[in-house]
Design a protein around this ligand. Sequence first.
Ligand code: CA
Length: 360
Amino acid sequence: MDRRSILKNAGIAGVLAAGAAPAVHAQAAIRWRLASSFPKSLDTIFGGAEVFAKAVKAMSGGKFEISVHAGGELMPPFGVIDGVQNGTVEMCHTVPYYFYGKNPAFALGSAIPFGLNARQMTAWMLHGNGRKLMNELYAGYNMVSFAGGNTGTQMGGWFRKEIKSTADFKGLKMRLGGALVGEVMTKLGAVPQSIPGGEIYQALEKGTIDAAEWVGPYDDQKLGFNKVAPFYYYPGWWEGGPEVDFFVNQKALDGLSAENKAIIDAASQLAAVDMLAKYDAFNPKALKQLAAAKTKILPFSQQVLEASFKASLEVFAENDAKSPEWKKIYADLREFQRDQVLWFRFAESRFDSFMASQKL
Ligand code: CA
């Protein structure tokens, strides 16, 4: 044993004798990687993961650091669930309904046509059975979900021609986010298209597609859709309050101290509230600018909403037969929604509609 090893060993012995080793271990830095499904240009939705990571770092006194990677940086945007499942990354930030193909029940953790609004979704997740039931499904993929944001009720998208009734959906090639609304639109005669955000503008301009939905005024304005499709319809009845989630690999979560688990939980809720607040704060200005630029902002007709609702119920019944997980979670969500709609009809709805009719 040379002099250097003796000194080194003596040093370790000294540390152990002083009982400092466990303290050194507890202070060890934790470094995780988070794969996002979103591009950096979507500052509100991609930014949710940055708000989360910053909060985790601050709450842990800098000891828990999570690097945030944009969609495509570590893995394809829609590969992030697989990345968490097999432990390539510790966590991801994504929209559960992207993974409808794995099991239709994934959509229930985010948004289904004519589902819950953002407030009701949070109520179902935190104080209904939502989070518990969704995590039972996600356990089959080695992961646990945490709230990761919400956009609020989305807009119904951009159309090159007017939509007066569902007859106008016949043969309409429309870019839609999510396979579930695609199935509903197919029943109404439309031809759903799956196109990444960055390519929608060109497809609309060339006429390769007739319509496209994205998010709402703030995000849509950035992509310039009003220049190529003048009709902007509302509401996006397929996304009344779509939840964005953080998913954490089960083994990675199990390896955290109780303190760090609490930090993950608190930071995720902070990021979720922040995202919805940003959309609510930023959408009005963008909507006014779109209106000033001569966008024709129109509501979907009662006939469009009623026929779409009926078609949605047909797809839901098909899913009941296809997936026992869908059947169980969907029944719980609908029961919760029945009471939510009943309650919201009273104070909230009356207050909102009165305020909307006043000159402020
Ligand atoms: Ca959308």
